[in-house]
Write a protein that binds this ligand. Structure first.
Ligand SMILES: [Zn+2]
Length: 232
């Protein structure tokens, strides 16, 4: 593959949209050609920057409310005619009352007023891939507005919260952690782990908070604060 063809296909390659065979040819060219490789890195960087900016910008409250309202309206329209009629017309029959209560009240009111907050403590331990874990937390946040999330790192799981730690793509974990923290996710590092592994606490990135024990912290969040446990 030559430079011209490589440049034509580069964007698709970066977006993981190329078939295997052209992708392999392109990779072969990137290994040989400094100019195309430089271009490739620029594309990657750009993609990561844009991706992070988009993924981590929370929708304004007003917009979120409007979407919830719209979904709610569509939901009502999508209901069978008798359910809609039951809501609109005051039919003095007990049956209609029951139908309206059962069909209309639970879902719609919950989604508008906000049901009890979902609280999750994510446990990151050895064997967890932190890049995947952070992605999962970000996705969970996106799908669950108002989610209260705490990430507790323990054992080998603390490494991504040390200064200078990078993922396989060379991106600093600290940037990803900071972006999640800006969206309300708390990061806590197990102090026992640090002393056992002789890690200087000053190496922990400032976005993460030190707690005496990761296990005790998880137990406390579950029993005292009603957090659900999720192992990542
Ligand atoms: Zn080239």
């Amino acid at each position: 593959m030559d430079c011209t063809r490589t440049r034509q296909l580069l964007q698709a390659y970066v977006d993981h949209e190329l078939e295997v065979s052209p992708a392999l040819e392109l990779e072969e060219h990137l290994r040989r050609c400094d100019a195309c490789r430089a271009r490739y890195h620029t594309f990657r960087q750009l993609r990561a920057t844009v991706g992070a900016a988009i993924a981590f910008t929370p929708a304004p409250d007003a917009l979120r409310r409007r979407i919830a309202q719209r979904l709610h309206t569509q939901e009502i329209r999508a209901r069978p005619w008798w359910a809609r009629r039951a809501a609109l017309v005051a039919v003095p029959a007990v049956l209609a009352l029951v139908a309206a209560t059962l069909v209309l009240v639970p879902k719609s009111d919950d989604s508008l007023r906000g049901s009890p907050v979902e609280k999750i403590v994510y446990h990151i331990n050895e064997g967890t891939d932190p890049a995947t874990a952070l992605r999962n937390v970000a996705n969970h946040l996106q799908l669950t507005p108002g989610l209260k999330a705490v990430v507790v790192a323990h054992n080998k799981g603390v490494d991504f919260l040390l200064m200078g730690a990078r993922d396989d793509d060379g991106q600093l974990f600290e940037d990803q952690v900071a972006a999640l923290k800006a969206r309300g996710v708390d990061f806590r590092v197990c102090g026992n782990t640090l002393s056992r592994r002789h890690i200087d606490p000053t190496r922990v990135i400032p976005e993460a908070k030190l707690v005496p024990s990761g296990v005790a912290e998880i137990g406390r969040l579950q029993t005292k604060e009603g957090y659900a446990y999720m192992r990542l």
